[in-house]
Write a protein that binds this ligand. Structure first.
Ligand SMILES: NC(=O)C1=CN([C@@H]2O[C@H](COP(=O)(O)OP(=O)(O)OC[C@H]3O[C@@H](n4cnc5c(N)ncnc54)[C@H](O)[C@@H]3O)[C@@H](O)[C@H]2O)[C@@H](O)CC1
Ligand SMILES: [K+]
Length: 500
């Protein structure tokens, strides 16, 4: 499934309409029908007693909401409409849809004209609220009376259905700068937009359902963004029954420092969990004394200097560099040694900001490099603020791909994987994954897959899916509060199963 930015979608809309009279209204009707088809499966009960309040803005999203209201009205629902813009401000098609609705003017309310008591009352006694205030054309911040109305809707008992995107979210990046609607369902028109997945979208979307296509002309769109899932991650390679441990690769994890020896251990254990034959933590001699492993299957080898470090790397078929390593400059030399080896390397955590320094000293052109930053690490890599990355994560992923000739995994509730000319979005919000060690587990899985011979993009895609699925199983066992990195590790095998 392809994903578009709101700007790309606007171009597609314009190309489809192509100045043809009536075409945009036809698309609006198709959008409404596709949303209606999704909803009719989900809205049950005696329709004639159900109150629907459609809250509609001046743009095409508002028009979609009005056209949908007509279909729901024909179906037996009681329809009321709250317009958030005056009649004269409405876009032409939206104005046409308001007339087509043909409901009594008593049931059409206007923000700014109707009293707050009355609006609070109609919000309070609605069973369903259709959120068609803003769609992907929204930019900026919601404030004033509209913001109060949104909060009222969010607090109401009604089931809230957002059309295309919860109103108040920015269509390109999913950011919320003021208030926004919190939906129970978001019914996306035709195709997912990046704003449905990124930024704060997971806190507002509710369940996301993509409606059927509305016949948009995408012939000139050249899409590069796709949804990553168990299906698009591809299958695991079969394992040779007669194979021995060296056939399944040897992973080295360089990391750990005093107080942070657990990070490389989590990564090493996860590498083994992903099927790799051997997993070894390479740790600074000083920190070695503090390294207590609960896993005897993980080897731990200390080094005193970069020469010893390089020697220990010799047998590795892939490496993870950075978990729990700390900021000490002495590790810069180890990083250069690691990157000079002709093996795939996952640079994670404290390794990431070092890449900036190492870049001038290395030829990264033909390297099999994977970088796995979270938002803050991406910001550090480019010496910008975290907010800047949130504003345009796609730009930073693409820039990191180009700067470092790497596969880039920007971790978050929607993880974005970037490679040359392609981007993959893995949308699996799970607040239980937001805990120390979860990233180490991911780098270990990806490293373990690289050690077994999966190429970098394939390892990143599979690794992200395995990690996310393992996290879902951990959540099912222990909930989002109770789960921790060790629980994700214990479920890696369940994350692999769908890919076998
Ligand atoms: N061609 C069409 O008719 C189609 C329209 N579609 C719908 O149209 C939506 C996009 O429509 P539009 O581009 O008209 O815009 P929207 O309906 O998303 O709403 C934005 C409107 O509010 C204004 N606005 C933007 N930021 C604002 C702010 N901070 N405060 C106040 N007003 C602000 C904009 O100027 C615009 O008029 C999609 O989300 C989708 O729902 C789709 O159904 C596909 C087909
Ligand atoms: K909306």
């Amino acid at each position: 499934m392809y994903i578009y930015t709101a700007d790309e979608m606007k171009e597609i809309d314009e190309k489809t309409i192509g100045g043809e009279d009536g075409k945009s209204l036809e698309l609006m009707e198709k959008a409404a029908k596709s949303i209606y088809n999704v909803l009719s499966d989900r809205i049950t009960g005696k329709k004639k007693h159900k109150q629907v309040l459609a809250v509609c803005g001046k743009g095409n999203n508002g028009g979609d909401g009005l056209a949908l209201s007509r279909l729901l009205g024909n179906d037996g629902f009681n329809i009321r409409v709250l317009m958030t813009a005056g009649e004269k401000e409405l876009k032409r098609d939206t104005s046409v849809e308001l007339k087509r609705l043909e409901i009594s003017t008593d049931n059409v309310y206007y923000l700014g004209s109707s009293s707050r008591e009355l609006l609070d009352q109609i919000i309070g006694d609605s069973d369903f609220i259709i959120d068609a205030i803003f769609g992907t054309g929204f930019k900026g911040k919601v404030d004033g009376e509209l913001s109060d109305i949104m909060l009222k809707i969010n607090d109401s008992k009604a089931t809230v259905v957002s059309i295309d995107i919860p109103s108040g979210l920015v269509g390109n990046n999913g950011r919320v700068y003021g208030n926004a609607i919190k939906a129970d369902f978001t019914v996306v028109v035709d195709s997912l937009k990046t704003g449905n997945l990124l930024g704060q979208a997971p806190d507002y979307n509710g369940e996301i359902i993509v409606g059927e296509g509305i016949g948009l002309d995408k012939s000139q769109a050249s899409p590069d963004k796709r949804l990553l899932s168990g299906k698009t991650a591809g299958k695991m390679k079969t394992r040779r029954s007669s194979g021995h441990k060296y056939d399944f690769g040897s992973l080295a994890i360089a990391g750990g420092s005093i107080g942070m020896t657990g990070a490389p251990l989590l990564s090493a254990k996860s590498g083994l969990g992903s099927g790799c034959g051997l997993s070894t933590v390479l740790i600074d001699k000083e920190a070695y004394a503090y390294c207590n492993s609960p896993w005897p299957e993980v080897m731990i080898k200390p080094y005193a200097n970069e020469v010893e470090f390089e020697k220990l790397l010799e047998r590795a078929t892939a490496a993870v560099f950075g978990p729990g390593m700390g900021m000490d400059e002495k590790y810069d030399k180890m990083m250069i040694k690691a990157l000079k080896r002709d093996i795939p390397i996952v640079v994670d955590a404290d390794g990431i900001y070092r890449l900036n320094k190492a870049r001038d000293q290395l030829v990264l052109k033909d390297k099999n490099l994977i970088i796995t930053p979270h938002l803050g690490e991406m910001a550090k890599l480019f010496r910008v603020k975290t907010e800047d990355v949130l504003d345009d994560p796609i730009y930073f992923v693409k820039s990191a791909v180009d700067c470092y000739n790497a596969v880039v995994v920007l971790k978050g509730p929607c993880t974005v994987i970037g490679a040359k000319n392609e981007l993959w979005f893995y949308y699996k919000p799970n607040s239980g994954m937001a805990c120390g060690g979860s990233g180490d587990v991911l780098s270990g899985i990806i490293g373990g897959l690289c050690a077994q011979g999966y190429e970098t993009l394939e390892a990143a895609k599979k690794g992200v899916v395995i990690h996310g699925t393992a996290g879902e199983f951990a959540r099912a066992e222990k909930n989002e509060w109770g789960m921790c990195a060790g629980d994700i590790i214990n479920n890696i095998y369940k994350g692999i199963e769908p890919l076998v």
